[in-house]
Write a protein that binds this ligand. Structure first.
Ligand code: SAM
Ligand code: ZN
Length: 503
């Protein structure tokens, strides 16, 4: 039989739909966990369908293909049923069996499943295998919505509920609450009730001019909020041979100083101050105190020699007020809480090390420089653990510990072992995704007043000024906010109609 794909594949339309898919946030498996080479679902769906139906009624089939190859129709029961039926009809009414031996991020097997095929997936990478279990196996095995009866006062209410989703949600909340209890004190709320959602840090190197030696904060650009109606920036100025900061707001053509780090001194900000121009570009640094520059190779060497440090510059706050986020300069108190977290990290790390038999802060080497765009090794960032600041390390090992405890607790509560493993697998891969928002390579996106997670580009390059996101706040990067993606994705996957078993 000649297959449709041998006659026609509307590449242009499929490509356009596939490109659009990149922006889909809700329910897409990419928000469960990243996979480098993951194929678009739309392209996978279109290809599988086209390879399994005959090259007949070409125009009609093309129309239908373009309908099913739309993200919005991914859960359209009628269309899916029709596609499944066509495939079955053409193949002797048998449920076809497919094996994808290089399944990776699971796109092809997921679409096979959607199109009603008995699907088998293999990969030799353990991360991929865990993802495949979470995308394909567990939702099929444990995720089907079931009828539950809820007593609502006098009334009984019936609803459909996936036990897997319910448990992943429940234990995700349990992990967050347990972590909050332990490390919440290191992210204190401001006196006026504003919640710090991010701490801005600048890496620093000492000026190499022997007559100067000032600390150079390395900042790519100074903007904090760069929106049409909200232009707020850090403004650096020199005071007593030290770089100090003010927070300034653009009003008309003027910069208004909102706050200065030197008490009783307000710098004059020239009208032409351009926040776009930072103190560093392409690893070259400029000392604002004496005006001398450090070449890129020397900046890297200073990092490798352990002479670089970091300085907290500002704090991003969630306020109750209408303007959304606000900004203030970092204070001694902010640093004190950071140092307390640093101290507690040592204690916690020791305790978990004894319990687990391994260093909870990953001490394995990063891959060699330039593998998959990893370029931070040039700055002496050589181990996985070096990608995080101390409070981030504390947060991540604490959340990880809580996930392990959740598993233990599930068993104590009488959960089936395999089922508990499934639930905890989602929490595990979530921690991995979570860590892409909680490392020292997360830049601020002033245009959106948000952060950009690591690996949003397929590379790991240096970030001079990064945001330490408050992991327990309700904000991009916070546990709660990100966790909804897991639930959305699971909800999508578990709505794919089951494949009837072959008799
Ligand atoms: C290009 S990716 C496949 C991407 C996949 N189709 C998707 O949509 O995510 C290739 C995959 O093959 C896996 N792989 C490479 N050699 C393999 C082998 N010998 N056995 C099993 N899997 C292998 C890799 O781990 C990787 O996940
Ligand atoms: Zn200098």
């Amino acid at each position: 039989m000649k297959r449709f794909i041998e006659e026609l594949l509307p590449i242009k339309e499929i490509s356009e739909e596939s490109a659009r898919e990149k922006n889909i946030r809700h329910g897409h498996i990419s928000t469960l966990h990243i996979w480098w080479a993951r194929r678009p679902l739309i392209a996978s769906r279109a290809t599988i369908y086209s390879a399994l139906v005959p090259a007949e009624n070409i125009e009609e089939k093309k129309k239908f293909l373009l309908k099913i190859a739309k993200w919005e129709n991914s859960l359209n029961k009628e269309l899916i049923e029709k596609a499944r039926e066509e495939i079955k009809k053409e193949n002797g009414r048998k449920v076809l069996r497919v094996l994808d031996p290089f399944s990776g991020g699971g796109s092809i097997p997921l679409e096979c499943l959607r199109l009603g095929l008995e699907t088998h997936a293999i990969d030799y990478n353990p991360v991929a295998v865990l993802l495949l279990k979470c995308i394909l196996e567990y939702p099929q095995k444990y995720g089907r919505p079931q009828k539950v009866v809820e007593q609502n006062g006098f009334y009984k209410q019936e609803k459909q509920e996936s036990p897997l989703i319910k448990d992943v949600q429940r234990w995700g909340e349990w992990v967050l609450e347990s972590a909050k209890k332990e490390i919440g004190r290191f992210y204190p709320t401001d006196e006026d009730g504003s919640i710090p959602v991010g701490y801005l840090w600048a890496r620093t190197v000492p000026c190499q001019n022997p007559l100067c030696g000032a600390e150079i904060p390395l900042i790519r650009q100074f903007w904090l909020a760069k929106k049409e109606k909200k232009k707020i920036s850090l403004y650096p100025f020199v005071y007593n041979k030290r770089v100090e900061f003010a927070i300034v707001k653009k009003e008309g053509n003027q910069w208004k100083v909102l706050e200065s780090s030197v008490e009783g001194f307000e710098p004059k900000v020239p009208e032409n101050f351009d926040p776009e121009k930072g103190t560093t570009a392409r690893a070259k640094a400029v000392c604002l105190v004496c005006g001398s520059t450090i070449e890129d190779d020397d900046v890297r060497r200073l990092f490798r020699e352990g002479k670089a440090s970091q300085r907290m510059t500002a704090v991003v706050l969630n306020t109750q007020k209408a303007e959304g986020k606000s900004y203030r300069l970092a204070t001694e108190k902010d640093l004190e809480f950071y140092r307390l977290a640093e101290e507690y990290l040592e204690e916690k790390r020791k305790k978990l090390w004894e319990e687990w038999g391994i260093d909870p802060v990953p001490d394995e080497n990063l891959p060699p420089e330039n593998t998959l765009g990893f370029r931070v090794q040039r700055y002496g960032i050589l181990k996985w653990g070096d990608l995080f600041n101390s409070r981030q390390k504390l947060a991540l090992i604490t959340f990880t510990e809580k996930v392990r405890l959740a598993y233990k607790k599930m068993l104590e509560e009488g959960y089936d072992k395999d089922y508990a493993k499934a639930v905890v697998s989602y929490l595990g891969i979530f921690i991995s995704r979570f860590s892409s928002y909680h490392n020292s390579l997360v830049p601020l996106q002033p245009g959106y007043e948000k952060v950009q997670r690591t690996f949003s580009r397929q590379a790991l390059g240096m970030v001079w000024d990064y945001v330490e996101v408050n992991p327990i706040s309700e904000n991009v990067g916070g546990w709660d906010t990100l966790f909804t993606d897991v639930i959305d994705t699971l909800s999508h996957i578990t709505q794919i109609p089951p494949v009837e078993a072959e008799e």
